[in-house]
Write a protein that binds this ligand. Structure first.
Ligand SMILES: NC(=O)c1ccc[n+]([C@@H]2O[C@H](COP(=O)([O-])OP(=O)(O)OC[C@H]3O[C@@H](n4cnc5c(N)ncnc54)[C@H](O)[C@@H]3O)[C@@H](O)[C@H]2O)c1
Length: 265
């Protein structure tokens, strides 16, 4: 443990799985307190057991919550502040993929669901955090996971790409509006990483898959970059850096971390 996050108390969303889980564990191992939230209670309990095995339970708490619910967003921020005395980091990772349905046939309810979770959810959890940061004059770092799909139309369908591009724009607005208050905001834009994300859209649209995953550079990106699928632990160190004071000169940045996949067009 290098204690790079001593003095930090972080809300981590999407903490039950994938990158959110890797980030929660990395934050704890760097000396932070972590208030975890996710809608998957079973996996949150598994995380709780892993944290206990590391002897870090005193620095960890969790609550089940849906990122689309205002009251759940407020509750995890409040839990963090009450348990650890402050909240000064938000690591926002909760998200879903779409099923690759293309624009000509996308259904309103499916579109709305992805936007509600990935984009509006990003606003809701950040708004809840800001409503704690601002009156308490907390200097904070907000770290959002978005996606390289914000820049490239391949790794997700249109609803996913639009939600992630929107989240990157939201990140910049937050950095702009609250920079003078000592609140930084950056986004991490990963390429394909092996997680449980495909569970959020188990039935993929065949026509969309054909276009998005079986054609163009996306189908060949691993040949071109010579890199395997990323691991959640490949992303967590960047989330540690962005939460830490080492990144104090950094705000309003969308950081691509995708093994060069976006080079291979
Ligand atoms: N895996 C990839 O290839 C990849 C690439 C780029 C970006 N991302 C983004 O990274 C983030 C983390 O995804 P992951 O790949 O680790 O997936 P994951 O499915 O392993 O983890 C996502 C977590 O978010 C939770 N979640 C989903 N909807 C929620 C909601 N409404 N309220 C609360 N929790 C909710 C899930 O229960 C899950 O535990 C997502 O925002 C995803 O879009 C993933």
């Amino acid at each position: 443990m290098a204690n790079r996050l001593l003095g930090k108390s972080a809300v981590v969303t999407g903490a039950a799985s994938g990158m959110g889980k890797a980030i929660a564990l990395a934050y704890l191992q760097e000396g932070a307190n972590v208030a975890a939230t996710d809608m998957n209670e079973t996996r949150l309990k598994e995380l709780e057991q892993e944290v206990a095995a590391l002897g870090l339970s005193d620095h960890f708490c969790y609550c089940v919550g849906n990122i689309t619910a205002d009251e759940d967003c407020a509750a995890v921020v409040q839990m963090c502040a009450e348990k650890f005395g402050t909240c000064n980091v938000l690591s926002h990772n909760a998200g879903v993929v779409d099923d690759f349905t293309m624009v000509d046939s996308v259904e309103n309810d499916k579109w709305d669901k992805v936007i509600a979770i990935n984009l509006t959810g990003s606003m809701k959890i950040t708004r809840a955090a800001l409503q704690y940061f601002l009156p308490n004059e907390v200097k904070a770092s907000i770290v959002m996971i978005t996606s390289n799909a914000a820049f490239e139309s391949v790794t997700g369908g249109p609803a996913y790409c639009a939600s992630k591009a929107g989240a990157n724009a939201l990140m910049k607005s937050i950095a702009f509006e609250y920079g003078r208050k000592g609140i930084r905001c950056n986004s991490i834009c990963p390429g394909p990483v092996g997680t449980n994300i495909s569970e959020s859209a188990p039935n993929r649209n065949p026509a969309g898959v054909e276009v998005h995953l079986k054609t163009g550079y996306n189908a060949h990106c691993r040949e071109w970059t010579c890199m395997p699928l990323g691991k959640a632990d490949d992303i967590a160190p960047l989330a540690v850096y962005l939460a830490s004071d080492e990144s104090r000169f950094m705000t309003a940045s969308s950081v691509l971390i995708d093994a060069g996949v976006c080079l291979s067009r």
